[in-house]
Design a protein around this ligand. Structure first.
Ligand SMILES: Nc1ncnc2c1ncn2[C@@H]1O[C@H](COP(=O)(O)OP(=O)(O)OP(=O)(O)O)[C@@H](O)[C@H]1O
Ligand SMILES: [Mg+2]
Length: 446
């Protein structure tokens, strides 16, 4: 039974109502004024409120407005003395669920409460669905309906419009680059440039000149003055990919840009100022880099006002086929070839595979299968390397037995959705042994 708050300045009236409704099974609280009602409501979050309309200081209408600010879905029933029906109608226009005239007909009250409760359920549910639809359709480029990816999308939709610095972490191929683009698209900066640079791919000086630009003659080969990526991104977003691999000297320079947007191009004395939002990404463990002394702690603080951690594909198994179908559709469109879809046994194989290369690997596998297949559906034979019986053309990975054990435990644990007993049974070991191994290998599955 739902909770009800009863507000009336007349003690007899409110106690009578509370007593009656308690007998009907409702959980009730009473307040003797609008102010007290608001105060109690902060701790007693009821979907339903019955309030007297005419009270000294704060009347029912004001109370309604105050309550709505705390809970927009609240349903309020007004009690009016005969003769103030006109005002009651006005109150309904302003959002009350209904009104009853005194003396109160208790049967009528119960019917009203039932309806109000139903109305509350409907608006709450509708709001939830609406949010869900918005969350998912706002980011159509990011395919997936798993809880993990829905959470990522909801996070992205909240941080996109804010102007905070975002650090995106996660293993290779999980969609970090894609997430960065999504954030930019959802921001006020969407009409300005999204400039991306891979900090791992260039030697020191080249990276510096790429980021900050250079004057003519700043170094050998600099035959022209050139603007850097920060200038190109002015007003927009810069995406610093693989930031964990940025050389320390560059980190110091970057820190200054983050502090006040200023820097000097290579070979120039003149300070340039820009307004740029920073999004960074790395598949490295930044904490470890800091411990090792190869990443600045102060820079870490600046770049990760918010961190988005992209989950590995094997932890969002429900999305594998959705993604596969999407990639297949795109490839077919490009190739102009007729393929009807993915066979069931191929699908089983896709879902069972561990996807160390994550979404990128899945994309490559599907594209290759679409090109290679001679059938009108993608079958298991088009997925070499994913199944055990085609292991021969799978490249040998140089792993120790311990690494293989760790990976295998992780995979079975994921497959069994974290169920320790089932996992132990499959592995043929005792649960306590499994527990110990998970601890030893620091497996963080699920
Ligand atoms: N949820 C998704 N829906 C659709 N496409 C995706 C999704 N996630 C990733 N992709 C696609 O997979 C490929 C790899 O993603 P992306 O380059 O963003 O990964 P990454 O985490 O940046 O990888 P790396 O660390 O190797 O740079 C891209 O083509 C990207 O568009
Ligand atoms: Mg990337």
């Amino acid at each position: 039974m739902p909770k009800i708050l009863i507000v009336d300045d007349e003690a007899v009236q409110r106690e009578m109502l509370a007593g009656f409704l308690k007998k009907q099974g409702y959980e009730t609280r009473v307040a003797s004024s609008g102010k007290e009602g608001l105060d109690i409501y902060g701790r007693f979050f009821a979907p339903l409120v019955i309030t007297d309309m005419k009270m000294p200081e704060m009347d029912g209408m004001e109370l309604l407005t105050g309550l709505r600010e705390i809970n927009p879905f609240i349903q309020v029933i007004m009690l009016t003395a005969y003769g103030t029906v006109q005002t009651a109608v006005e109150t309904m226009r302003r959002g009350a669920f209904g009104y009853l005239t005194k003396p109160i007909n208790l049967d009528e009250l119960l019917v009203n409460l039932k309806k109000a409760s139903e109305q509350n359920r409907l608006v709450v549910e509708n709001d939830y669905l609406q949010r869900k639809i918005n969350d998912l359709s706002d980011i159509p480029e990011m395919v997936g309906e798993s809880d993990q990816i829905s959470e990522i999308k909801s996070l992205l939709s909240r941080i996109g419009p804010s102007d905070v610095s975002v650090l995106i972490t996660g293993p290779s191929g999980t969609g970090k680059g894609l997430a960065a683009q999504v954030i930019h698209r959802l921001s006020e900066r969407r009409d300005k440039r999204f400039v991306s640079i891979n900090c791992a791919s260039l030697p020191d000086t080249l990276l510096e000149s790429e980021l900050f630009g250079h004057e003519k003659g700043a170094f050998t080969g600099a035959d022209k003055k050139r603007a850097g990526r920060f200038e190109l991104a002015d007003g927009g977003t810069i995406f610093l990919d693989e930031i964990g691999d940025m050389p320390l000297a560059m980190q110091a320079k970057l820190l200054r840009v983050l502090e006040d947007g200023s820097f000097e191009p290579l070979g120039s004395e003149k300070t340039t100022k820009v307004d740029v939002r920073i999004i960074s990404a790395t598949n490295r463990d930044i904490k470890k880099l800091i411990d090792d002394g190869t990443f600045r702690q102060d820079l870490n603080y600046r770049i990760n006002t918010v961190t988005v951690d992209m989950p590995p594909l094997k932890h969002r198994g429900g999305d594998i086929l959705l993604l596969a179908e999407q990639f297949l559709a795109k490839t077919i469109e490009k190739m102009n070839k007729k393929i009807d879809g993915i066979s069931e046994s191929a699908a089983v194989r896709l879902v069972a595979y561990g996807w160390p290369g994550n979404v990128r690997e899945l994309q490559n596998v599907i594209e290759r299968a679409a090109v290679l297949t001679v059938d009108d559906v993608i079958g298991p034979g088009d997925l070499p390397g994913l199944g055990p019986e085609v292991g021969s053309d799978r490249p040998v990975r140089k792993l120790s037995l311990m690494e293989i054990e760790k990976e295998h435990i992780d995979q079975i644990l994921t497959l069994e959705k974290g169920n320790m007993q089932k996992t132990a049974d499959i592995l043929g070991i005792h649960r306590n042994t499994l527990r110990q191994k998970i601890k030893d290998y620091q497996i963080k599955s699920i």
